[in-house]
Design a protein around this ligand. Sequence first.
Ligand code: ATP
Ligand code: MG
Length: 132
Amino acid sequence: NEKTYIMLKPDAVKRRLIGEIVSRIEKKGYQITQAKLMTLDKKVIAEHYAHLLHKPFYPNLEAYMTSGPVFGMVVEGENVIAGMRQLMGPTNVYEALPGTIRGDYANNTTENIIHGSDCKEAATIEIKRFFG
Ligand code: ATP
Ligand code: MG
């Protein structure tokens, strides 16, 4: 079974959306095999978003991702990496249609509720990073 790393970002936790989003993932037929709440530091965010360190919005992203606990999960299922990206909706929140998680719950491209690995290599690295 394919695995992906999904992370509900601090705004999802603050807004009490963990249950609702977990429920959507389960209704799709995917299985949550590991999960935990954790507070991330700047160092792990810099590793996780290394491809964005040079972007003008990085300081905002860093402040956001360290602003409170996140809910990290390992999610398993057939073609789950692409399937979860589809359920999440696109990065640009103005392109995320209703019916997707970002489209339904986010109104800002930085504070966009959820992370999902974008390929198998990233999933392996991210699961190791957050679950050891
Ligand atoms: P994630 O990696 O969090 O699942 P993603 O793969 O859809 O998101 P990335 O390009 O990896 O998108 O960007 C990581 C995160 O950085 C985004 O989820 C968002 O929080 C923030 N971000 C990306 N692009 C922008 C932007 N143009 N303006 C503001 N924030 C952005
Ligand atoms: Mg990404």
